[in-house]
Each structure stands twice: as C-alpha cells, then as structure tokens.
Design a protein around this ligand. Sequence first.
Ligand SMILES: Cc1cc2nc3c(=O)[nH]c(=O)nc-3n(C[C@H](O)[C@H](O)[C@H](O)COP(=O)(O)O)c2cc1C
Length: 218
Amino acid sequence: MQGNAPKKATGLARRRLKRTEATPISKIVWEPGTMLNPVPVVLVSVQDADGPPNLCTVAWTGTVCSEPPMVAIALRPSRLTYDILMRTRECVVNVPTPHLIRATDYCGCVSGRDVDKFEKTGLTPAPSSKVHAPLILECPINLECVVRQILELGIHTLFIAEVLAVQVSEHLVSPSGRLAWEKEGLAAFAHGGYYALGKKLGNFGFSVKKEKPRAGKE
Ligand SMILES: Cc1cc2nc3c(=O)[nH]c(=O)nc-3n(C[C@H](O)[C@H](O)[C@H](O)COP(=O)(O)O)c2cc1C
C-alpha cells in the first residue's frame, strides 16, 4: 500500500503543474463566435462545363472523414464559386504555400464576376484527373473533389465532398515517396492573419512514447 505518499509526477504532469502554479488562469465569457483557430486557408477552383475557370479563397474548411477521404468547405451563396459548385458539384481544393499568400488573399477579396483571377494572379489552371474543375498548378497539393452532401447552416452552406484524387507537385516528392512539403512550407489562417507553419513541436503519439533511458541512468 502506498499510503498518502505523494506520487512521483510524470514528465507530462510536471510540465502541467509548473504552468498552472506559475500562472493562475481566470476566464471571461465572450459572445459566441468563430474562434477556432488556426485553420487551413485554401483556394477552391471550379468550372462550369462551358465557362471559364474560377477560384476563391476559403478558410472555413477542414478534413471531416478519413475513409473515404472527405473534406468540407463552407461558402456563402453570394460567391460565384458557390453558384458554380451548386451546378457542377465538383471542385479542386488547392493548398497554397506561404509564397502564394498574396494571391490567396487577392482571390478572397475580388469576385470572378468582376475579374479573371487566374489572369490577375498569374496562377495556372491545369487539368485535373477525375473532375472537370481545373487544379492550380502552383499549389503543391490539389484535392480533386466531388460534392456528396450540402448542408445549409446559416449564412454559410457546407459542402461535404469526397476526395477522388490527390495531385502533388513532383519536385516535392522525395525518393522514398514522402511529400517534402516543408521545402515550400504550408500556410494557416488565424484570427484574421496569415501565418507560415513554423516550429515542429512533436510527432503524432510522442507524448505516450516510452522515453529512452538517458546514458548513465536506469
Ligand atoms: C482569408 C479568407 C478566407 C475566406 N474564407 C471564406 C470562406 O470560408 N467562405 C466564403 O464563402 N468566403 C470566404 N472568403 C471570401 C471569398 O473568398 C470572397 O468573397 C471571394 O471574393 C469570392 O469569390 P467568387 O465570387 O469569385 O467566388 C474568404 C476570404 C479570405 C480573404
């Protein structure tokens, strides 16, 4: 029996205790809002059967199923992209790199009803393998999607789409077949700002991985 002897804190608990003792945390209640940050910021490309391609910036997006792979994008009905997606039910979700962030911001500030965003930004529409919508050549990851469900949520409508094919830029694929995305980097959107993904904090499962005993210790 251990009695009331204090338990030896694990590395994880030690770190947590140190933080709460040093900085007591109190909370204030705010109005409900879209405070889940950061989120990916993507360029969604679409095209009608007989129209020009269009693209639009979307931050209300995410992965929602692993098998089949599915993503969700939320669009307001006022977007041209919404109209085209409603008609075609196909799009490409293109992942921009930090050096494409100016173009990404631009594509979220003007409508394809007024300008040809491909022409203005210099981004290149290229054929997809499974959908009619073009992918954006300069984006290293392109998810070719078909819409499976549409949910009207409020001012945004959620398109839940299955990923039919993924294209990646060949120059970023290592000889072992890994996508070396860090060569060009990834971007995120948080609280109204754009960020380049920075310092790596750990790998999946690192908190439960057995630590190797340090030299000279049991
Ligand atoms: C960073 C950023 C994120 C955006 N996210 C969304 C979004 O998630 N859903 C949406 O409907 N509009 C979003 N927008 C606004 C559209 O991209 C914008 O209205 C665009 O001009 C629509 O273009 P379109 O009319 O050619 O479709 C975002 C804009 C920016 C700059």
